[in-house]
Design a protein. Structure first.
Length: 451
């Protein structure tokens, strides 16, 4: 079965002839801005494996960029979507009530670790929509116009989320962007100022946040502070718990909402169902949580969760949308939660994480180019540098490693402010044999490309 196969390239070159024809046609009909560097065309997929039209087998460590925690075409999801499709595809939730939306909202509401005794849930279509709606909710509740986001953050490509996203390559030529979005320095502990003792770092970054109140907008004008528990595009950098505790205290003292962007880190990836569970255990749960990606196993869906009083402060008409909580997506979302529990994917994420961190840490000791290994659960990043002393980012090496790996049947993706991090986002249903095969190709790529 495809889900149990190992990577194997059978054509003399990649892409193979059938795939090359499709990629050529893609170039003629799809905008160049929607670029793709991979020689891979999907024909079939299952678990952590992709088969192209030429019969090449690729091991997928990108997973739709965090969408496929339960794997490609999980049989339970396929059946759930088929069964729903036979009943109805869609009914706008502002017009008709459908049980899937209500049931999924109920199940998520009790499992998402936000601050409060009872939660409500709204659905949207994408991570950017979830983030934007989370900000709307915070502004409605607080009556304030401004937000604070972090350096290294990625929140989307809508007009507001382009302003929220740190890397402005994602917003080239799109200005003017919305105002009222201010930025604090995220605690990127691998790159603290030279000479700063580790014990001083958190105080330093908390101080940088407080500076925003002085230099950009007073605290009583801030509706929310938005943080990714693990920065995704920023380089798989976990937010240190001591920093989050300090931010939670600042929010409580100033009437500010704390928003957790769990678009990429949610649904078992971090070794918890949501990475914010680590926050809640430390007494610093967020007020609002936005999530998407793996929520429905590849069917477009996103969610925003907050306690009743926060959500019910929003005036009618401010939130909602035509496709939010589509019936097929909700059917898939309900089944994703069931699969995560039944197949113990939270535990599997931790097991995978232990294995890959051990191997990556070995590489850190062995190879001068491996500068840092970090993350939570099975959401692990490896940062590549020109040498360990200077920590100079090596984006060119990362590009070469990714290209080498793809041509040997392993799909990986970069990340990071400097494009010098390779992220691990393999489906959590990956077999041990596939994991080992991928690690072998990955290390071979490091050796071949760092000579």
């Amino acid at each position: 079965m495809l889900k149990d196969e190992l990577p194997k390239i059978v054509t003399k070159e990649l892409p193979g002839p059938k795939s090359a024809a499709i990629i050529k046609k893609r170039a003629s009909v799809v905008p160049n801005a929607i670029r793709c560097i991979y020689p891979c065309v999907l024909d079939k997929a299952a678990g952590a494996m992709i088969q192209d039209p030429d019969g090449n087998l690729f091991l997928d460590w990108v997973g739709g960029v965090g969408v496929l925690n339960v794997g490609h075409t999980h049989p339970a999801l396929v059946e759930a979507v088929k069964a729903q499709a036979e009943r109805y595809f869609h009914g706008m939730f502002n017009i008709v009530t459908h049980e899937g939306y209500v049931e999924l909202a109920e199940k998520l509401g009790v499992r998402v670790p936000v601050k409060g005794n009872h939660n409500k849930v709204m659905f949207a279509n994408s991570g950017a929509e979830a983030d934007e709606n989370a900000v709307k909710v915070a502004k409605a509740y607080t009556g304030r116009p401004n937000i604070i986001v972090m350096s290294g953050a990625f929140h989307g490509r809508t007009l507001l989320t382009m302003a929220m996203t740190s890397k402005k390559a994602y917003a080239a030529g799109q200005g003017p962007l919305p105002g009222g979005v201010f930025r604090a320095e995220f605690p990127y502990l691998y790159r603290t100022p030279v000479g700063m003792p580790c014990e001083k770092a958190i105080d330093y970054y908390v101080g940088k946040l407080k500076t925003v109140f002085e230099e950009c907008a007073q605290a009583d004008t801030i509706a929310a502070i938005v943080i990714e528990p693990i920065q995704g595009e920023g380089g798989f950098i976990p937010a240190p718990i001591e920093y989050v505790k300090a931010v939670r205290k600042i929010c409580d003292e100033n009437g500010i909402m704390l928003i957790a962007d769990e678009v990429q880190s949610g649904f078992a990836r971090s070794g918890k169902l949501f990475a914010s569970e680590y926050w809640k255990e430390a007494g610093c749960a967020p007020d609002i949580l936005a999530t998407a990606k793996s929520i429905a196993g590849g069917v477009p869906l996103a969610a925003v969760v907050a306690r009743d009083e926060v959500f019910d402060s929003v005036p009618a008409g401010i939130i909602g949308g035509t496709y939010g909580g589509n019936a097929l997506a909700c059917a898939a979302g309900l089944k994703v939660l069931e699969v995560i529990d039944k197949e113990k994917l939270v535990e599997r994420a931790n097991e995978i994480g232990r294995k890959i961190v051990a191997r990556f840490t070995e590489w850190k000791e062995k190879y001068e180019c491996v500068g840092d290994v970090r993350g939570l659960g099975a959401m692990i990043g490896v940062e590549f540098v020109k040498d360990k002393t200077s920590k100079e980012p090596d984006a060119a090496l990362v590009s070469s490693i990714i290209k080498y790996a793809a041509n040997h049947g392993l799909l990986m993706e970069n990340a990071g402010t400097y494009n010098n991090v390779i992220r691990f986002l393999a489906p959590l249903v990956i077999t041990d044999e596939q994991l080992e095969a991928g690690l072998k190709i990955y290390e071979e790529a490091i050796i071949a490309c760092s000579k």
